[in-house]
Design a protein around this ligand. Structure first.
Ligand code: C5P
Length: 299
């Protein structure tokens, strides 16, 4: 019996970035919000491990052993002495290299799908541990909702969300590499003493109250100047969304997807319409959050 797991995309409502650590990573205070834009990962027993992908960006997804879904299956199988002979199929709706944790979603989805297929019944702690090995954003893809990520972003504390937030996402014509954006952040901050990253209490309160206007006035992304430096045209997309009535306009994570917070679904539809007409982006999607984390479907 195949097992399908649905996994949400994320937007970072706050991304506070510290200086580079000796291991090359950056300490973060990363406020994640899962949004209702999903990849689905289906795992089926097969003769050998293989990955396929369908969806608008499918040709951009690596199908070899570097794919996070494949790496998740291999790591769970290794820990339990299982042969990872499975076919992993990714039905991809989350933009690739977009700063919305699409690859991380596939890693978390494949892990939960394989755990279910193989009946390994790994504990939540062990699944989170494997996720953290796969990448900094992968644990959040498993848990969803809203969470504060500390360390590399992998040490999570669940956050309360008191309402639905309505978002519009503008996908760009090309991707941005996360390591390249962090390198640009380091270059732009050379010689600058960067304070320890901390979550904004006002922002956490706004999330807890479901107050979109307050969330908009506190949302921030320390990677935005670096993303704009590598991809200056994103400034036009941000301006087009603001002009159409978005409460907040920011780069999502390391970009280049841009995220626009709207006060209600009608306003979101208007921002989406204006962004589509602006000619400053490839595609536009609306999605609300918080959304649940990785979920096994149809069981
Ligand atoms: O953890 P993940 O593999 O997703 O990270 C991709 C890259 O992003 C890292 O190799 C590193 O260059 C950068 N990164 C970072 N600090 C973090 C998370 C990611 O510098 N907290």
């Amino acid at each position: 019996m195949p097992v399908t797991v649905r996994v949400p995309a994320k937007v970072n409502v706050q991304l506070a970035v510290g200086g580079a650590r000796p291991d090359g990573f950056h300490d973060l205070a990363n406020v994640f919000l899962a949004v209702g834009l999903y990849d689905e990962v289906t795992v089926t027993p097969a003769d050998e491990l293989r990955v396929t992908c369908t969806g608008p960006d499918a040709d951009l997804v690596p199908l070899d052993a570097t794919n996070l879904a494949a790496r998740a299956a291999v790591e769970l199988a290794r820990r339990y002495g299982i042969d990872p002979a499975v076919h992993l199929h990714i039905a991809k709706d989350i933009p690739v290299a977009g700063g919305m944790a699409g690859g991380s979603a596939d890693g978390a989805g494949a892990l939960l799908a394989c755990d279910t297929l193989w009946g390994t019944n790994a504990s939540r702690e062990e699944l989170l541990d494997i996720c953290a090995e796969l990448g900094s954003d992968v644990p959040f893809s498993l848990v969803g909702g809203a969470a504060l990520g500390l360390g590399r972003g992998e040490r999570l504390r669940a956050l309360e969300v008191g309402g639905t937030f309505h978002w519009v996402f503008a996908m760009a014509g090309r991707g941005l590499s996360t390591p390249a954006v962090f390198r640009e952040f380091d270059r732009m901050n050379e010689g600058v003493r960067i304070p320890e990253p901390v979550a904004s209490q006002e922002l956490l309160d706004a999330l807890a109250k479901g107050d979109a206007a307050a969330l908009a006035s506190t949302a921030s992304n320390d990677l935005q100047p670096a993303a704009l430096s590598l991809f200056p045209e994103l400034a036009d997309t941000l301006a087009a969304g603001r002009a159409a009535g978005a409460l907040a306009a920011l780069v999502s994570g390391s970009g280049p997807t841009t995220a626009f917070l709207a006060p209600d679904p009608d306003a979101a539809a208007e921002v989406a319409r204006a962004l589509s007409a602006s000619g400053t982006c490839r595609t536009v999607r609306t999605a609300s959050g918080a959304a649940p984390g990785a979920t096994v479907l149809g069981r």
